[in-house]
Design a protein around this ligand. Structure first.
Ligand SMILES: Cc1cc2nc3c(=O)[nH]c(=O)nc-3n(C[C@H](O)[C@H](O)[C@H](O)COP(=O)(O)OP(=O)(O)OC[C@H]3O[C@@H](n4cnc5c(N)ncnc54)[C@H](O)[C@@H]3O)c2cc1C
Length: 223
């Protein structure tokens, strides 16, 4: 596998625990919106600690962009990335991944699971093809919602937020379950369902969708 050593050009905090990194792009580097790569931080002792992260920019952009949520409860790569600075170097590999746009449907994301959908939505907006695509975005609190303003601008009233742990949220409250999906989705037969989120989220949403009649072939997720 080819690898590329690239400089961090910009780092912007976009929620309390999430940064947006702009990174050099190798000449001719290609990916499809929704795809990811293995990334490591080139700091002593961390060079071989590769973790998957998803491109959030458009393929034709001059630079690469990653939106990365950091976990501070243990000494992992995301904690190190939160401490990284402009000018630090990272290494990435080729692009890979099963999440790509296959046609109109419902995108269902949990937390940082929104990242593959950001590049897909940005591309659909550029092509003026947002159409009937909709997004259900689950987070713990309002302050965890990544890129709320941009997603609202792109999706308008087809953007649904559900919040698990904040009593005074103005959004829907609770976890995504069968009843919630049934209240937001009228057609389970003839559209795609794009899923991305933590393990427990994926299991619960996949099970609920199947029980509501979604065809297993219509589910798009990273296996
Ligand atoms: C295809 C794909 C694409 C992804 N894209 C993105 C993206 O674009 N943006 C993004 O933010 N994330 C993304 N992720 C998730 C990201 O890869 C992980 O958050 C990252 O690998 C965590 O690395 P880490 O070294 O910080 O944690 P690791 O050490 O690898 O630990 C992984 C998880 O285990 C738990 N854990 C492990 N050890 C401990 C410990 N000692 N104490 C407490 N908890 C612990 C934590 O919950 C942690 O999240 C993606 C994942 C996949 C599979």
């Amino acid at each position: 596998m080819e690898t590329f050593r690239l400089k961090i050009l910009e780092k912007k905090q976009i929620t309390h625990d999430t940064n947006c990194f702009t990174i050099e792009k190798p000449e001719g580097y290609q990916f499809v919106p929704g795809q990811a790569t293995e990334l490591s931080l080139l700091k002593e002792g961390w060079e071989n600690e590769k973790r998957p992260f998803t491109f959030t920019n458009l393929p034709e952009n001059k630079h690469l962009e990653f939106i990365i949520k950091s976990y501070h409860d243990h000494e992992g790569v995301t904690k190190r990335l939160d401490e990284a600075q402009v000018g630090d170097m990272v290494e990435i590999g080729d692009a890979w991944g099963a999440i790509t746009y296959k046609g109109e449907g419902v995108f269902i994301a949990g937390g940082a699971g929104i990242t593959p959908f950001i590049s897909i939505f940005r591309e659909l907006r550029k092509k003026n093809q947002i159409g009937n695509n909709s997004l259900i975005f689950a987070n713990k609190t309002n302050s965890d919602i990544i890129l709320f303003d941009e997603l609202k601008t792109i999706l308008g009233n087809k953007f649904h937020n559900i919040i698990a742990d904040q009593d005074d949220t103005a959004y829907d409250r609770g976890l995504i379950d069968k009843a919630y999906l049934a209240s937001k989705i009228s057609d389970f037969k003839d559209q795609h369902f794009y899923l991305c989120g933590p393990e427990g989220f994926m299991e619960a949403v996949e099970k609920a969708l199947k029980e509501l009649g979604a065809n297993p072939d219509s589910l798009v997720f990273e296996k």
